[in-house]
Write a protein of this length. Structure first.
Lengths: 346, 346
DNA sequence: ATCTAGGGTGAATGCGCTTTCATAAGAGGG
DNA sequence: CCCTCTTATGAAAGCGCATTCACCCTAGAT
């Protein structure tokens, strides 16, 4: 910048003005400066600008390190498809990028590895005006500290810190609606629910919705999921399906899985065992992943508006950047039931 | 930082050391500092650190503003699927993010809107250690200037600036292999090629491959594509298919489209006209988009390793950051033929 | 007891920019 | 022709950190 100033015979203040407030500089001077900048290959330092102006024009996203889950998903899917499957994080990124672009922000993304001062989270936090975090990505205490300095919005998970903005999807509502559909529209009465580990807030919320539907329909209300999977993967789903079949008791008429991955695994296991879906047993998932459309039979599920999650996150951040005094909000995004063949529809 | 230093009774230099080189500080001192930082909610400023150390630990990606293309794609696809389709840019982002993470970098992404000093490109360039650009995203002259200051790698397109690293996919090879397959394995002789606008380097490279295959097989070598679509969309593909049918001359035995979108549109148009694929006419695409698998009949196509494109980009950037003297390289990533029903396979 | 290393710490400088505040140069008005 | 009011520009003070150099202190060697 000093070089540009010297070369064009002005002060650095004027060079700065050329970039920040072009109209405040005489056209002739401005051209001289821009020409010099071009000749010198001048690239303004975002760091310096950010330091001086205390703002970066960048929003951030921290998401968990899915590396293992991906490797697994890739291995399970036919290799043909592994490039095609859009992950949760991909969709959030896309949503945030769109919204950020609309507001003139760039987006900084990083998967958190471990914690500690040198973590990527710390790097992100120091380089953005505000950021979103996927639940269970960053240790609560770190978030607690960081959120005192800049806007943070928490996505999809329990509200661990109450002064943070927070967005979830309507897990319970979705599962309740799904169960209601099975009960009322398909006349099923003996339903089983396969959940995840008790620490998964999503899975728990979905089970809650299932309970509500049972209650609403006057059916017995289970205290616990019939089965809990550790990993919520296809393999676990297959295992759960077989466990359900091998029980002494009569088969359930329908099985609700806490996510699509498990339901897909179950579909395959049932096919191997010669159990017809939906004639013998109805199967449902949750999430609305692409795979749910492709499997046979197509999976009835509940779609989460993941992209909107990202867009809303940016909206909240931008709002708070404009008005830091705003009360923290907690949004719940509506989900939508997708009826396909695996429950008997279509 | 000054506050932290004061509170823990040390100098700012020591605070800095606690974060940069923890081992050089006595454990007891370090704990005092970290405790003070926690109490004060200290978040190190990435800007200041970047300014002082002249490095950001961030890599960047600039890609075109697909907003319009997306809206169109969403409208064409059943609404059910619009969240599921992974775009070109999504895949590159994923690839770059993975690779960047491995090397300890975060990723800054921005879709370029217009040019000018205030463009997102300028913002990205000033905040990263190096970045990748999708072809035709950033004006060549801007890139010329920026690339004098930091590593830039150009993705998928002509090599406009010869001192830049550059990665392309083997468009010509792929199309040649595809045409060879149609000619040799399926015995087709009368082939048509539907290209894009002459300015699209990808489409042109693919046509080149087609020409080569004709030459290799001793077939007449066309000078120009039989048809050129303006937009390479489904609608244009459908139109092209109909135009081909309506010609005076005999129908071709096979039609190679320069991308999947057009081929899919053609598939639908042919179905409407009662033309059977592949019995009456074979159809092929290029890209390997997810949709190509779902349409009926499934589309024979050439898959681009888009994710690898992103990963390689990061590798090149990291290499160059380590050794700025390295000669610029130009990589060509191999593609793979995917044989499905639309050419008569399967 | 004195000397020597070496680890731990502080003072000071500068990274490249934004932003007042002050000043100079014109533009009208009397 | 002098005075006031804009408009364009310059000078200078940080922004928050990394880093060098100098210094002090302690432990081991002599």
């Amino acid at each position: 910048m000093y070089d540009v100033a010297e070369r064009s015979g002005v002060s650095i203040a004027t060079v700065s003005r050329v970039y920040r407030t072009p109209d405040s500089v005489r056209a002739q001077t401005r051209e001289r400066v821009l020409e010099a900048a071009r000749q010198l290959g001048y690239v303004p330092s975002g760091n310096a600008r950010g330091l001086a102006s205390r703002t970066t024009g960048v929003l951030g996203l921290c998401f968990p390190d899915y590396a293992d889950a991906d490797a697994e998903a890739d291995a399970e899917a036919d290799s043909d498809a592994d490039d095609a499957v859009m992950l949760y994080s991909d969709q959030i990124i896309r949503g945030m990028e769109r919204a950020a672009r609309r507001h003139g922000y760039a987006l900084l993304i990083a998967a958190s590895l471990e914690g500690g001062p040198e973590s990527l989270v710390a790097k992100v936090a120091g380089r953005v005006d505000g950021f979103a975090v996927l639940a269970q990505t960053v240790p609560t205490e770190d978030l607690e500290v960081i959120s005192r300095r800049l806007p943070v919005v928490m996505l999809a998970g329990p509200r661990e810190i109450d002064h943070l903005d927070h967005i979830v999807v309507a897990n319970a509502d979705g599962e309740r609606e799904l169960a209601r559909h099975l009960i009322e529209d398909h006349g099923l009465r003996r339903l089983a629910f396969v959940g995840g580990e008790a620490e998964s807030p999503d899975a728990e919320a979905r089970f809650l919705g299932f309970q509500e539907a049972c209650r609403d329909a006057g059916l017995p209300v289970p205290d616990e999921p019939d089965l809990r999977a550790e990993m919520m993967t296809q393999a676990e789903g297959a295992r759960a399906a077989e466990a359900l079949l091998d029980r002494e008791t009569e088969w359930p008429q329908g099985v609700l899985f806490a996510n699509d991955q498990m339901a897909v695994g179950a579909l395959r296991a049932l096919e191997r065992r010669g159990v017809r879906v939906p004639e013998d047993i109805a199967v449902t998932g949750f999430d609305g992943i692409p795979l749910s459309r492709i499997v046979r039979p197509p999976l009835t599920t509940v779609r989460q508006p993941i992209r909107q999650l990202g867009e809303q996150a940016v909206e909240l951040l931008v709002q708070r950047l404009g008005n830091s005094g705003r009360e923290p909000v907690s949004l719940m995004l509506p989900v939508s039931l997708i009826r396909r063949a695996s429950c008997g529809c279509g």
